[in-house]
Design a protein. Structure first.
Length: 598
């Protein structure tokens, strides 16, 4: 093996030399012993803090899966170029197999009352000492203890004769970022409650803690409303609606698994369905042609058009009732109020906006956008302890609002990668990273619009020049192609070149999965296991803490194994490589040089 290969796998040598499986995401600190396997009975005595149903449920859920699955790691780790599976737990000599035995688990939590909100302490420790019969788990909060349980799920495995922990181990763990999650979109296509819960299961297993729920869009309004029952006339069908109880059920299901649900109602753009049923006058350009082929008449980035009429005074009382009703259904202090992709041509259909601009030649669409902020944000902030999330367009796009306070605001950045993150943090905004070039999980599947003449090409007209087109190496009609692989996600260093002060404004990352081409049939395979690569990036980072080198190579086998574990837990994650690669570590690497990814 080359010297640089040895350096790159130093993390493995120090933290995982004698084990077949390591947890994902990688803990901030993990130290394995070398005295041999510790047997674990199916029935174990657990000492939990009293009268905490979340801890009790979490433990029962985790341990029942351990016992039910009798998990044998499908992918194991080995030095490059051996091309033989690293000996699994089952191969450990019998003389050491049952030297130690676990009899109990002790769980201590300092603050049982800490709420699941931004910046809650999620740290935990697991200590399994040589010769000890007790697994010691300590956490500051219930939420850290739940993470400890999911770690334990991964390291208690079967050797074919029963459950074991491969070696004594000490884990001291906590996340780098408070916001770690994915986004689902139930506006473009409907996703059922069971499938949403399946995503939450994947989030909890990978220590992601935010489900950003893009509830609606121009295409449909799927949420039943007491204030305006007519809004669900714009659901795709009566069966494709969420009742209040459905939403409460999802929120509670997530809560007991340590996952926050961040609701989003996108306003004032992307707002036709639902709103137009209440009062057609508050929606501009709803029945225009979206005109992507003739930009002069362009009114929307995709069908169907419709934006709330910012200058119509009847807009705001309706917005307030909808927002207040939805606010009662969610636990989180944050509510996402959209703000992206305002199309100025849409407001050619609004006499209110046309007259407003004509009344003063110095006015621009920035003033229109500012009018929305000045009139809508006070409504949003009336809810006690309310903080807001907006898309970055509202701050730095054209048009944008020139005066938006940084207080109580989190800005979700989706365009231009590090450049926009740099811009927003320089302005003093807290940022949530969702860069489309790195994190959009729906990218690379081709375009979804019909009668597209760009596909009507029988040979590559640019072959001689080497230029790509839609059919021959181009973006296939997907505006954000190519497909974002797990490596593309994991290798994203989104604080590059930021000052320390700027980097403190980066609060985490969310990987969006927009649903123009997503429904129940494929939501899980498009989400997983790529979202697990993000989970490690935002939990413990993509670099070895000792060498400072990217640990993409080390992640490979753990991610392949975690995909199999997701499947075993009912999360339909897609394959990443040939199954050959699971049992032949590093045989499927592109480069023998393990430091090729820096």
């Amino acid at each position: 093996m080359h010297i640089n290969s040895l350096v790159a796998v130093g993390w493995l040598a120090s933290a995982a030399a004698a084990v077949a499986v390591n947890p994902l995401p990688a803990p901030r600190s993990i130290t394995w012993g070398s005295s041999g396997p510790i047997s674990v009975p199916d029935h174990i005595d657990v000492r939990l803090p009293r009268n905490n149903s979340i801890l009790t449920q979490g433990w029962n859920r985790a341990w029942s899966k351990v016992v039910e699955l009798q998990w044998v790691p499908k992918a194991t780790e080995a030095p490059i170029a051996t091309y033989e599976p690293f000996p699994t737990a089952a191969a450990v000599p019998k003389s050491k197999r049952h030297e130690n035995a676990i009899r109990s688990v002790s769980v201590k939590v300092s603050d049982l009352g800490a709420e699941l909100q931004e910046d809650v302490d999620e740290s935990y420790t697991i200590d399994i000492k040589e010769g000890s019969s007790t697994i010691h788990i300590e956490a500051e909060t219930v939420w850290g203890a739940l993470h400890a349980f999911t770690t334990l799920q991964q390291i208690v495995i079967s050797n074919g004769n029963g459950l074991i922990i491969e070696q004594p181990v000490h884990i001291k763990d906590s996340p780098i970022y408070a916001w770690r999650g994915v986004m689902i979109d139930t506006g473009r296509n409907f996703i059922t409650v069971p499938k949403i819960k399946e995503q939450i299961d994947g989030l909890a297993l990978s220590k992601l803690n935010v489900l950003h729920w893009h509830l609606d869009d121009s295409q449909s309004w799927p949420i039943e409303m007491e204030s305006f029952p007519e809004m669900t006339k714009d659901a795709f069908s009566p069966a494709e609606r969420f009742s209040h109880q459905d939403i409460l059920d999802v929120v509670e299901y997530a809560h007991v698994r340590g996952v926050r649900v961040l609701p989003e109602v996108d306003m004032p753009g992307h707002s036709a369905s639902g709103w137009q049923q209440v009062d057609p006058s508050i929606v501009a350009c709803a029945h225009s042609w979206w005109s992507n082929d003739d930009w002069t008449y362009h009114t929307a980035v995709e069908p169907n058009p419709g934006q709330l009429d910012i200058l119509n005074n009847k807009t705001y009382p309706i917005v307030e009732k909808v927002y207040n009703e939805l606010s009662t259904l969610f636990r989180d202090n944050y509510f996402h109020v959209g703000g992206d992709e305002l199309q100025t041509n849409c407001y050619n259909f609004s006499s209110n906006v046309v007259d407003f601009l004509a009344a003063d030649p110095s006015r621009t669409y920035n003033d229109v956008t500012q009018y929305w902020v000045d009139h809508a944000f006070p409504i949003f902030k009336k809810v006690k302890d309310r903080k807001l999330v907006v898309w970055e367009d509202l701050i730095i796009n054209d048009p944008h609002a020139p005066n938006v306070s940084t207080e109580g605001l989190l800005v979700q950045s989706w365009n231009n990668g590090i450049a926009n993150i740099d811009n927003l943090t320089r302005l003093g905004y807290d940022v949530l990273v969702s860069s489309s070039d790195f994190m959009y999980l729906d990218c690379g599947y081709g375009g979804f619009v019909g009668n597209d003449p760009r596909y009507d090409v029988q040979s590559n007209p640019d072959a001689a020049s080497g230029l790509a087109n839609f059919n021959y190496g181009g973006n296939g009609g997907s505006w954000c192609a190519p497909y974002k692989t797990w490596q593309r996600i994991y290798d994203y260093d989104f604080t590059t070149n930021l000052t320390d002060a700027q980097a403190k404004h980066v609060k985490g990352a969310i990987a969006p999965l927009w649903s123009e081409q997503v429904d129940d049939s494929c939501v899980s395979t498009k989400m997983w296991p790529r979202a697990a690569a993000l989970a490690e990036l935002v939990w413990s980072g993509n670099k070895d803490p000792k060498t400072g080198l990217k640990r993409t190579t080390q992640l490979t086998q753990r991610l392949l194994n975690f995909r199999e574990y997701l499947l075993a837990n009912g999360v339909q994650a897609s394959p990443l490589m040939s199954k050959y690669c699971l049992s032949h570590p590093h045989a499927c690497d592109l480069n023998y040089n393990q430091t090729s990814v820096l």
